[in-house]
Design a binder for this molecule. Sequence first.
Ligand code: HEC
Length: 154
Amino acid sequence: MRRIAVLSMGVLACVVAGCVSGGAETDATDAAAAEAAEAATEVATVSVTSEMLRLGRTAYRKYCVQCHGYGGKGDGTSAAALDPPPRDHTNAEVMNAIPDLIIAGTIRFGGVDRGFPNMPAFPHVSHEELVALVAYVRSLSRPALASVQLGDVE
Ligand code: HEC
């Protein structure tokens, strides 16, 4: 079991086992969505604040822009060498298909189990930063983002 604790946000924990398996991208996303829906009763809504988005932006600029680009369009300086290329976080159509918990799991554990090993794991970011990164990534395609769905999912 892989566990993401988001204690600092008052949310207990989120486990993404099952979410991080799967072959083709759509299968993984569908499985992840089903998993998230199944666990819906235990998913907690975390309000997004401007402070959280600022923290997320700082962390994103520190850890993510080399690949995903300063504006999140997947056009960072290391992007050209990557196949598949880094995800465009401003593309709402693509990003809306990915549940918040899956974004959290992908940041924490990397893309290796989901078929894109070039997305690294970030085991060292704090819980607060992880939640803020999820919120910031979301806000790139949903500027009016009010909350993210994270929770205690087993
Ligand atoms: C070394 C390059 C690199 C870095 C650094 C990087 N990523 Fe990625 N990321 C990728 C690649 C490559 C993919 C896979 C794109 C695809 O398959 O569509 C990806 C995919 C993603 C996805 C989509 C996951 C999904 O569920 O489909 C998210 C969200 C993401 N990255 C967030 C981040 C965040 C947040 C950071 C910083 C904490 C980050 N990435 C840092 C290369 C990188």
